[in-house]
Design a protein around this ligand. Structure first.
Ligand code: ADP
Ligand code: MG
Length: 274
């Protein structure tokens, strides 16, 4: 998705006043001595899809987890829709200082972000519909009737209208992952994070999950997707980011990065996955 469009030879800003949906600015993350994110800068425009690829251990999951505040960052800033994640600025004696937000406020920020993992993490003792209803009822105080109606709508959207009463064990991996996507959407997120959503699936079930994600992208959802599905990256991604060793080595349009990688490390990685 482009920020500007050329009309009559003049660039016309289509998002002139909008801030990017995600702004990652100089982010560092340590696990003890291990320096896992080493100064990551990334902007994701609202309504666009950013695909993140890179070798195992390069920090992809950690980056997603930092955006969603499952991990605290050690330096830098992350903003979602212009809002600083995890902190507020407070001016003391004329100097702005960062103060950690109260866990309740962190929870409120996190509730605006949906996340889908490699393993589906559905509640095994709840039906598909009950899994989708759970957070709106427990976190948002939505009535059960309203949550049930919305769950039916969302399960229909992911192609599972006829599976609402099934338990996870009665569903295939692809169906479970689609329930997990419906469950994340039930909170009306403004941003969706996907961490290798098809890596645990049998090959024949990958397509049905990617199709739901493609549909979601087409509806205008802002998405950050870690995946090894290069076809999906090329077709659905607006930008593609290659990470290695805790940094973004290369980024651009999927066609640029995939067809004309500029860095040796990107070329080496792509030669293995393409
Ligand atoms: P990727 O998703 O790209 O495979 P990760 O973000 O999972 O990479 O991991 C990046 C590095 O951080 C790896 O070396 C991993 O072992 C390490 N790491 C991830 N999570 C933790 C943790 N909770 N504690 C310690 N080290 C971690
Ligand atoms: Mg990972």
């Amino acid at each position: 998705m482009t920020d500007t469009r050329i009309t009559d030879g003049h660039p016309v800003a289509t998002r002139a006043v909008g801030t990017p949906m995600v702004e990652i600015d100089g982010v560092h993350k340590f696990f003890g001595e291990l320096h896992v994110l080493r100064g990551v800068d990334l902007e994701i425009p609202g309504g666009s899809v950013c695909v993140v690829v890179g070798p195992s251990g390069s920090g992809k999951s950690t980056l997603l987890r930092c955006v969603n505040q499952l991990e605290e960052i050690d330096a830098g800033r992350i903003r979602v829709d212009g809002e600083l994640m995890g902190y507020r600025t407070q001016t003391r004696g004329g100097t702005p200082e960062l103060c950690r937000l109260h866990p309740r406020q962190v929870a409120r920020q996190r509730s605006r972000i949906g996340m889908v993992f490699q393993r589906f993490h559905l509640f095994p003792h709840m039906t598909a519909a009950e899994n989708v209803m759970e957070a709106p009822v427990q976190v948002k105080g939505v009535t059960k009737a309203a949550a049930r109606a919305r769950a039916a709508e969302l399960l229909d959207r992911v192609g599972l209208a006829d599976r609402a009463g099934h338990y996870p064990a009665q569903l295939s991996g692809g169906q479970q992952q689609r329930v997990a996507i419906a469950r994340a959407l039930a909170m009306d997120p403004e941003l969706m994070l996907f961490d290798e959503p098809t890596s645990a699936l049998d090959p024949e079930l990958v397509g049905e999950v990617l199709a739901v994600m493609q549909d979601l992208a087409a509806s205008g959802m802002t998405m950050m997707v870690v995946t090894h599905e290069i076809g999906f990256a090329r077709e659905v991604g607006d930008q593609l980011v290659f990470m290695d060793g805790g940094t973004i080595v290369e980024q651009g349009t999927p066609a640029d990065v995939l067809d004309r990688p500029r860095h040796e490390r990107t070329q080496a990685f792509l030669s293995k996955v393409l």
